[in-house]
Design a protein around this ligand. Sequence first.
Ligand SMILES: *[C@@H]1O[C@H](CO)[C@@H](O)[C@H](O)[C@H]1NC(C)=O
Ligand SMILES: *[C@@H]1O[C@H](CO)[C@@H](O)[C@H](O)[C@H]1NC(C)=O
Length: 117
Amino acid sequence: MKKSTVSPITVLFVVATILISYYSDVSSAESDPDPTPAPWPHQFHSILFVNFNGSLSLIDLWYDWTNGRNFNIIQDQLGELLYDLEWNNGTVFRYTLDGDKKKCSSALIDVGILRPN
Ligand SMILES: *[C@@H]1O[C@H](CO)[C@@H](O)[C@H](O)[C@H]1NC(C)=O
Ligand SMILES: *[C@@H]1O[C@H](CO)[C@@H](O)[C@H](O)[C@H]1NC(C)=O
C-alpha cells in the first residue's frame, strides 16, 4: 500500500498562500473609500431589543421627525409596559396603563429627539 505524506514545504506553501491572500484582502479593504451612510428616514417604526447592563427590554420605537416626536413603548422583561412620548420642544411624558397602579410623569429635557443629521 502506498503511504501518502504531505511534505513540510507543501504545508508552509499553503499557509503562506492563505496569509498572503488574507493580508491582500485587508489592504485592499483599507484603500476603499469610506462608505456613504444611507439617509436617515424622517419617519420609521423599529423594534429594539435592549440590554442595558443586564436589564432587558423590548422597545417599539415610532420615530417621527416630521412631527417632532418620538414614541417608545417599552416592555421591561418581567416588568411593566411603559409608554414614553418625547417631543422636540424638550417635553417627555411617561405613563403606564397596567392594573390599578397607573402612573405618569413628565419632564423637561433640553435635547429633544434624535436629529436626522
Ligand atoms: C452595571 O451593573 C454592575 C453590576 O450590577 C454595576 O456595578 C454597575 O455600576 C452597572 N453599571 C451601570 C452603568 O449601571
Ligand atoms: C411640547 O409639545 C407637547 C405636544 O404638543 C405639549 O403637550 C407640551 O406641553 C409642549 N411642551 C412645552 C414645554 O411647550
